[in-house]
Design a protein around this ligand. Structure first.
Ligand code: ZN
Length: 157
């Protein structure tokens, strides 16, 4: 695994343990070249999923992008990180078990909103309000940047 800090490919695993109720293996890694430490997760991938955007473009499904958008909408919400991990794994499992490898981006957004609505209303509203403006734009990175809350302070909960 390549070191994300210096690019060295010879990194060492220091510790491996089950995570997310044994749905993943978490590995702590160490880079002897720069001393950097980072974590990787190993997960079952049942299918190679492809996202079909509304403009017809195809893109490999990227769990990290999905996770980023969900974490941003969850920012500063009183929800345990473990619970967010479980929700994300649940969404991915649902997508993988749909029986199709091609997934409509709109359908993915709806599944995410459904899951968020069950866990945290504020996060759901954040996600949904951006999502509604986003359906035409269909650029996930843009979507994530719009989701990022403005710099104004939020009340502590
Ligand atoms: Zn390094």
């Amino acid at each position: 695994m390549r070191c994300p800090f210096c690019g060295n490919i010879d990194t060492q695993v220091k510790d491996s343990r089950p995570a997310e109720d044994h749905a993943a293996i978490r590995r702590r890694r160490f880079c002897p070249a720069c001393g950097g430490r980072f974590t990787t997760y190993e997960r079952v991938q049942l299918r190679d999923l492809v996202v079909i955007k509304s403009n017809g473009r195809r893109e490999d499904f990227d769990r990290d992008k999905l996770e980023r958008s969900i974490r941003i909408s969850m920012q500063k919400r009183p929800v345990e990180p473990e619970r967010i991990d479980q929700m994300i794994s649940g969404i991915v499992r649902r997508l993988e078990s749909m029986g199709e490898t091609d997934l409509n981006s709109k359908m993915i957004g709806e599944i995410v909103m459904e899951s968020l609505a069950r866990i945290d209303t504020v996060a759901y509203v954040r996600f949904a309000s951006v999502y509604k403006n986003f359906q035409a734009a269909d650029d996930f990175d843009k979507f994530v940047s719009e989701l990022r809350p403005a710099d104004k302070p939020e009340p502590e909960s």
